[in-house]
Design a protein around this ligand. Sequence first.
Ligand SMILES: Nc1ncnc2c1ncn2[C@@H]1O[C@H](COP(=O)(O)OP(=O)(O)OP(=O)(O)O)[C@@H](O)[C@H]1O
Ligand SMILES: [Mg+2]
Length: 232
Amino acid sequence: MIKASGLTKAFRTHSTEVLAVDCAHVEVKPGEFVLILGRSGSGKSTFLGMLAGLIRPTTGSVRIEGIEISNLSEDNIAELRAKKIGFVFQFSGLIPTLTALENVMLPTLFYKNGPGSRISAVELLRKVGMSEREDAYPRTLSSGEMKRVAIARALINKPALLIADEPTGDLDVDTEYEIMELFSLLNKEGMTIIMVTHNPDLVKYATRTYGMHKGKIQQNIGTVSFRKDQRE
Ligand SMILES: Nc1ncnc2c1ncn2[C@@H]1O[C@H](COP(=O)(O)OP(=O)(O)OP(=O)(O)O)[C@@H](O)[C@H]1O
Ligand SMILES: [Mg+2]
């Protein structure tokens, strides 16, 4: 489905260089539900951004269904993203001048004749518990509500791959549970999911976990190594 090889991102600011992602090798097969855990600043968002072609790597490659994305033009990457990838940003990234429903429908403009429609947008808002706020503008929503609208928006084109950056970060435990059950169902129906979280309790939903530490990514880090009390 998606394969990152030697993926590296260095951010240069006049005097310093931050190695945000350091030579990541990750392969995710269709139907997997992969969780990435790691401390703040460890490079998780940068890694997800490169997987989706939103951030250009310093070195290394990303292949999506065998296609090397660095060989594609910006337009072709955008098209690939619209058709194959749903992306939930860490900070919801809703368009302030559009209502919740309009925000959810926005990606259908970039995938004409795709599976998304007004009916499916209404249905998705119901699934994330936001039916009553269809006509609300983002500024009138709480951050957890904005997150839920952003999740619906990421799902509207029925992506084969969902990449979600802390999608439940602003949610209470009950709403988090509902969202994770939704993701779990979508995964069982065939959607591949790559998700960043700070909550080690969510490991039970994953088929595989990765840990990130200072830009380095390692496979199969269990929950234990994330609990400071147990690590030290
Ligand atoms: N545009 C940028 N310019 C310079 N440095 C950056 C930039 N984006 C990220 N960084 C740095 O890269 C490192 C990794 O950042 P990143 O946002 O990927 O971390 P993260 O694991 O997602 O953290 P969090 O859990 O807080 O969201 C950090 O040290 C950050 O300061
Ligand atoms: Mg982040």
